[in-house]
Design a binder for this molecule. Structure first.
Ligand code: FES
Length: 85
């Protein structure tokens, strides 16, 4: 299944089987947010161990973008409000 996720208010297309991290990176989003101390969040381990890719699912809780499968209409935003898009 393909479709679009909503990242920080913008539509991002995804392909079947992609995670949120894959869809974001394919369109050039490398910074997924920032911690309270300013450390940038983004893909690091890619296997759900480091928490470096946390994103906020609107209406839900923070999730690892590297483990979260895309689904049509999934709305997300960066933690800390800092990102590439
Ligand atoms: S990149 Fe490490 S948990 Fe996602």
């Amino acid at each position: 299944m393909s479709g679009t996720i909503i990242w920080n208010g913008k539509s991002i297309p995804f392909e079947s089987g992609e995670t949120v991290a894959q869809a974001l990176m394919r369109v050039g989003v490398l910074r997924f947010g920032a911690t309270g101390s300013g450390q940038q969040l983004g893909l690091f381990c890619g296997i759900g161990q480091c928490q470096s890719c946390l994103v906020e699912i609107i209406g839900g809780s923070p999730r690892e973008a590297c483990l979260t499968p895309c689904r049509d209409g999934l709305a997300l935003r960066p933690i800390g409000g800092v990102c590439d898009v």
